[in-house]
Design a protein around this ligand. Structure first.
Ligand code: RFL
Ligand code: PHB
Length: 401
């Protein structure tokens, strides 16, 4: 099989890249090791930045998101039993976030791929990359017991943190920067109407807790826990009691209880790979970088990367220009490091660390009071949370900058 761009991985990065390339007339093939059902039902992120919403709308993928997504103009920070609202829209000239599940975005992308007959293969095995440093790279995989080779011009490694693409970059070229946090999140989905219209990030001496939602009937909640936490030790009652303790406040607000339909433990990690490109291989999304979920940045970074990559590839094919491809890694890493810092800042501020000294925990409390009382500090938090605007459009498709 021959194509222009071979894409490894059908998460948000790979699927959106495929869509953005197709609408610019570039041929591509996506190979994914999991089943379609698994990808469509994998519950993960929930917060879309303004720029992500704009990208999905511009690509013609926004109809269900506009109908079912919940637009939020603020978030709440809860500490010392008090709720403090950060009015993000007021602080950022009207920008907002949209709560719409990552698996809904993935479903919309797969539905669009069906409609336009994109080449998207699920349940593949033994994926390997070859000759990425040459001008004739290829991707090999097995599907239904038959070995296949995709000959291509470029390879996009969109296969997440545990994927194989990153390994195609030689160890002496690749630099990695990493921080593993001494805690994790126990996350649940519950059939319960959200008892608050906005997300609530709570700092409590027993640990962090987050109130979020997926729809008018589904609440999403997280509790700080140990990285090796045993889920079997957490009965539904214990989870609700702990959540109620951590959300305690002077006005008696608490999440509404409901049937818990899903439980999981998510480790917390910061990780960046440099460079994000090697020869004709380009990494995008979690394959290149991971953030702890406290800043809600992971999927948004994946979208920003593939937006950049699709434009760079369009410049190559439609204008014979390589400059955007040459600087893909440098351009992406600007945004990546800003999001890394913001996620690290939110994570440190909101999680009491039982390994830290009382001094460090006092600093966290001071920071919380500062962002809740100083307009300048609140604005810095708000502009990072809603997401920094994309750089002005690069000169592609023949338009002058
Ligand atoms: P994904 O989604 O991991 O997709 C990678 C795909 O590649 C496939 N794959 C392979 N395919 C073929 N061959 C191989 N050898 C392969 N190896 C892997 C995988 O099966 C998979 O389908 O990466 P992508 O596309 O870069 O997307 C990244 C996002 O999924 C991730 O950053 C977010 O989920 C992070 N995240 C959040 N991000 C946000 O923007 N806002 C949030 O509110 C938010 N909350 C979260 C989160 C992640 C969480 N968890 C569970 C990690 C909350 C949580 C709890
Ligand atoms: C979620 O709804 O899953 C969610 C929301 C905000 C975060 C992380 C996860 O910071």
């Amino acid at each position: 099989m021959r194509t222009q761009v071979a894409i490894v991985g059908a998460g948000p990065a790979g699927l959106l890249l495929s869509h953005l390339l197709r609408i610019q007339g570039i041929d591509c093939v996506v190979v994914e090791m999991r089943s379609r059902e698994y990808c469509e039902n994998r519950v993960r992120a929930g917060v879309l930045e303004q720029g992500t919403v704009d990208t999905l709308n511009e690509a013609g993928l926004g109809e269900r998101m506009r109908n079912e997504g919940l637009v939020h103009h603020g978030i709440e920070l809860l500490f010392d039993r008090r709720r403090h609202r950060i009015d993000m829209s007021k602080l950022t000239g009207g920008r907002a976030i949209t709560v719409y599940g990552q698996h809904e975005v993935v479903r919309d992308l797969i539905a669009a791929a069906d409609t336009h007959h994109h080449k998207l293969y699920f349940d593949v095995t033994d994926v390997s990359l070859h000759d990425v440093k040459t001008d004739h790279p290829s991707v090999r995989y097995t599907h239904d017991g038959v070995e296949h080779t995709i000959e291509c011009d470029y390879v996009a490694g969109c296969d997440g943190f545990h994927g194989i693409s990153r390994q195609a970059i030689p160890a002496d070229v690749l630099r990695t920067y990493e921080r593993v946090y001494p805690y994790a999140w126990l996350g649940i989905l519950a059939d319960a109407a959200p008892s608050c219209d906005e997300l609530v990030y709570a700092h409590h001496e027993r640990g962090f807790a987050l109130f979020s939602m997926r729809s008018p009937t589904v609440t999403r909640l997280y509790l700080q826990c140990q990285p090796d936490e045993n889920l079997d030790a957490w009965s539904d009652d214990r989870i609700w009691n702990e959540l109620e303790t951590r959300f305690e406040n002077d006005v008696g607000w608490k999440p509404t209880r409901g049937k818990i339909t899903q439980k999981s433990v998510t480790p917390m990690r910061s990780f960046v790979t440099e460079p994000m490109q090697y020869g004709r291989l380009f990494l995008a999304g979690d394959a290149a970088h991971i953030v702890p979920p406290t800043g809600a940045k992971g999927m948004n970074l994946a979208v920003a990367d593939v937006r950049m990559l699709s434009r760079a590839l369009a410049a190559r094919y439609n204008e014979s220009r390589d400059d955007l491809l040459d600087r893909y890694s440098a351009d992406c890493l600007e945004r990546v490091w800003r999001a890394e810092h913001f996620s690290y800042f939110m994570t440190n501020m909101l999680h009491p660390s039982f390994d830290d000294t009382p001094f460090v925990n006092r600093l966290k409390m001071s920071e919380l009071k500062y962002v809740s009382s100083s307009e300048a500090a609140a604005r810095a938090l708000a502009e990072n949370y809603v997401g920094l605007p994309f750089a002005p459009e690069p000169r592609v498709l023949g338009k002058a900058a």
